[in-house]
Design a protein around this ligand. Sequence first.
Ligand code: GPQ
Length: 796
Amino acid sequence: MKEEIMKIKLNKNKFMEDYIENLQRITLKNFEDTSDKDKYFALCDTIMERINQEWRDCKNKTKKTKKAYYFSAEFLVGRSLGNNLINLGIYDEVKELLDEIDIDFESIENFEDDAALGNGGLGRLAACFMDSAASQKIDMYGYGVRYREGLFKQKIENGFQVEEGDHWIKDGDGWSIRVESDSKIVKFRDQTVKAVPYDMPMLGFENGQVNTLRLWQSEPFEEFDFSYFNNFQYDKAVEEKNRAEDITRVLYPNDIQREGKVLRLKQQYFFCSASIQDLVEKYKKYFENDLQFENFPKYHVIQLNDTHPIVAIPELIRVLVDENGIDFDRAVEITKKTFAFTNHTVLQEALETWPKDIMLEVCPRCFDIIEKINDKLVEDFKAKGLSEEAIDPYRIIRYDQIRMANLAIVMSISVNGVAKLHTKILKDDTFNHWYKIMPEKFNNKTNGITPRRWLVYSNIRLSNFITDKLGSDDWKYDLNKLKELEKYLEDDKVLEEINQIKYENKKDLARYILEQENIVINPDSIFDIQIKRIHEYKRQHLNILHIINLYHRIKKNPDMNFYPTTFILGGKAAPGYFRAKAIIKLANEVARVINKDPDVNKKLKVVFIENYRVSYGEKLFPAADISEQISTAGKEASGTGNMKFMLNGALTLGTYDGANIEIFEKAGVENNYIFGAKVEELNSIRDSYSPKEYYHKNSDIKDAVDSLVSGELNDDNSYMFLDIYNSLINPQGGEKADSYFLLKDFEDYKKVHEKINEEYSDRKTWARKALKNIANAGYFSSDRTILEYAKDIWKI
Ligand code: GPQ
């Protein structure tokens, strides 16, 4: 690996010359008069110029080899400046150069808005995969949507979440190239639009590889209808333009939950159609003299990131049949060899089904094609002697609903889950009927994260420490090398250094939180952090209920032995998810009450981070002592935040769920804090579970739950706290009480917190556990994950 390393050679004088020139060219101002924002954009330009040649070389590679195409409705890239400099190997040099002309790198970095083109884990995984594929020199193209508005910005007003728009490119986009000439026409039943690609370079880590993330933007097919304009019908003239632009105007802000809206299917069909046309067109050009569509799968594998891009399957068939004269059965055979499907959750509400009438409204030809596939499937099952009832779970269309996952499973070479337990549940339960008849398709690919963004860039102190201790930075290319850090497990000086690094990071975070949230926190306290989308299955309310009870206990017993702790929570709720918003209000209200109480606020602090996002995460992960991963067992497919914490030396406080289990396996259960019921136990008690029993038997549970309705906490008459209370022990309208088993796990959670609180004061033992986690985080590099996809599924 190391031989291939190719930092771009930085000609410092030329870089500065170009930079100043760019700055003046784009602003028409003298250097002294340019703003920080100008300086940021000029820096983007100067970097883009430097990667242009390698990017072109990578795009125009003439080798006829198989390539992977990652189709995803979400790519949660975050900021690119720092990461690109890191991957080019010129981060320190550029920082110094800027310093010489009195430009503070950090302040111009803050002018970059996060590219928040995703909701959470699924979108961030896609971004980590782009980094890793380029870093592993795997030819993988990302295909997605260029939303004008990314995920909403979260404001906290009086403790409530308020959503604001995120027009992330209003001042420009320093990292994309508009490739007008590659535009495609996308036809819907009622409208025709132009899909214009914006290409973002995806840089490999110091290896000269530049892959492409191609994001499509919807524009009117004809810019302006002058016939209306000339007739003084201005409104009508712009109407079509708006209707076209609507398609990629905004990212749907639901994590997990799907929304059966026409516009959402339009978005999906829009980017899938443009991408498929792009591939077929290039293929035809490439193999002009020897065009055989049978060979299409020899050169293409399309990985479907969950159900969102599945409509690409009928679209490929449509393009082959309708536009290239291929016979239907042949087109189906070609398509079946091209796609692979990743599932990211077992929660039923995420498995997309589209009503027939919506699909007919958006892309009627795709419905035809799906119907044909379904008819053939049903016919085959009947020929094998299956009863109507036995066929039901396999039907792609049932009761006029199109079950996208079933379509993907039938039409793919591979179906994978994202952590061992998750894949097991897919096989045993969610897709068991499929697994029984096609076991060979099912496989696991445990998720990973890119160590460049999540350690090299965001935790410079720890990164330098590792390089220093290992005597080289080879670990950045092969994260398994971190294992060698284990030789320091008994080295007191090194353990002390680890604590010192964490302490410095905590001081940085404390400063940042004071700036951003106006809350003072103590870097000598335990930093216990839960950051992720807000969802009942992730159980932020378990965390908060525990904090409430802890607060009461400290208040009652001020001399109680207790290591000061700062609980930090952050995350966005889907705008229409009332209970998730209630959880945010609860966190803020508990923070308000506790932080102003002089009896406890030396020992206990609670912070709800406003607008948690990738760039805020980069400051939080390095500063955590405890990583809260407390989902109901079986519900979190994998989790990836858990891996970011581990890599940065936090200990996991977690349930036996998702990739937590693999973290415990690698780093040792004794070096983490495990609690709660396992999935088998929950399955066995699901029907008999009575949360009320736990409530009545355990006074701490009762204390915490009652505080939701006692008047101690104020929800400003929103009835939000009552809603949470009801969900736990007084279910309304057919809902099941405490379906995420908070009360069942509460006591165990409380005990494990007590253990943490006690053990934290043994600083040396703690550092040893942290080191054990860091040293064993290598497996969770997305380099490993992407290599597994390439080898096992893509065969490239
Ligand atoms: N995930 Cl289906 C999302 O972030 N959004 C979704 O729509 C679906 C899944 C997450 C999942 O909840 C996490 O457990 C995974 O770690 C993550 O996908 C990446 O696989």
